[in-house]
Write a protein that binds this ligand. Structure first.
Ligand code: GYE
Length: 303
């Protein structure tokens, strides 16, 4: 069994060997998520964590998962960079009797017995809340929106787009352009520069994360316009830099995405290894912030 393997590999029979494949280091959100996982899955807490950064490449994640399977870890966890293309490696884990826990992002698979649990936010709802704020505040206006999408094919990019579109359906709020900025600040800046060149009448930016919104702020300022006033900005995540820009009036609204998934992951991993049943889907709760609320929340913000 997997627990006797953990005794064999010298980590002690009570220690859980866990292999974690992280998406990358693309954003402030990701940095907070990585720190929380590394701070929680400690030896003190009963874990021997092997951690790797896939630099936003699926092939790197598959390679990392295969090497953890070969090492015979007790449990695998990962945040899948994109939704599709996991069935083969998940089947390999299953054949090796190694349970898999998904954190943060979902996979798209016909066979959901290939993983034990998925811990993370409801991204459709996040997009919907962002769109609802726009609809509530500008419902009687013709509004031209540009969208900075997250990584193509990733669960948060697909779902946030869908949720936002649902919320603005039937209004005069129109998404006139939408491209990926790969969840990075540099990507957001570059795509926003292109948008500013091809549209002279942008009213609002919907960015799938704070970092791309922060990149858009740079592009808007370089074009001689005022972010938050001439061009409104709505983002998702609520990491420190985003919250600061919100409090400073450069962003108008942020829907939170909670990156602190370590505690839930530790609990689910312990249960799975002990053979106890776990919930298939654990939805993490998110808040949302206006400019005034960001100002109040900032001093106590942990990430
Ligand atoms: O919103 C973004 C990060 O998967 C929820 O990935 C996560 C997203 C997060 O790059 O900042």
């Amino acid at each position: 069994s997997s627990s006797s393997e953990s005794a064999d590999n010298g980590s002690g029979s009570d220690t859980i060997a866990i292999g974690f494949s992280q998406v990358g280091a693309e954003s402030g959100w990701r940095a907070a998520n990585t720190k929380d996982i590394q701070d929680t899955l400690t030896e003190e807490n009963g874990f021997k964590l092997s951690f790797s950064d896939a630099q936003q490449k699926q092939e790197n994640q598959i390679q990392a998962l295969r090497s953890y399977i070969a090492q015979g870890v007790d449990v695998l966890a990962f945040s899948p960079v994109v939704e599709t293309g996991w069935d083969a490696v998940l089947q390999e884990a299953k054949n090796a009797n190694i349970p898999v826990i998904l954190t943060d992002r979902a996979v798209d698979t016909a066979d959901d017995s290939l993983y034990e649990s998925f811990i993370g936010s409801d991204f459709v709802e996040e997009g919907q809340r962002a769109g609802q704020w726009v609809a509530d505040n500008f419902k009687d206006e013709e509004l031209k929106v540009v969208e900075l999408q997250g990584t193509t094919g990733s669960a948060p990019a697909i779902d946030r787009k869908e949720g936002f579109e649902k919320a603005i359906a039937g209004t005069d709020i129109k998404v006139v352009d939408s491209q990926t900025g790969d969840f990075t600040r540099a990507g957001g800046k570059q795509v926003m520069e292109g948008f500013l060149n091809s549209h002279d009448d942008i009213d609002l930016v919907f960015a799938h994360n704070d970092d791309m919104g922060l990149g858009a702020i740079e592009a808007i300022e370089a074009a001689g316009k005022k972010p938050g006033e001439d061009i409104k900005i709505v983002t998702i995540d609520a990491v420190k830099d985003g919250m600061q820009a919100l409090a400073d009036g450069k962003i108008n609204y942020i829907v939170e995405c909670n990156p602190l998934l370590g505690a839930d992951l530790a609990e689910v991993a312990k249960k799975v290894v002990a053979g106890e049943s776990v919930e298939k889907r654990i939805v993490v709760e998110d808040a949302a912030f206006t400019q005034e609320e960001a100002e109040k929340a900032l001093p106590d913000r942990k990430y």
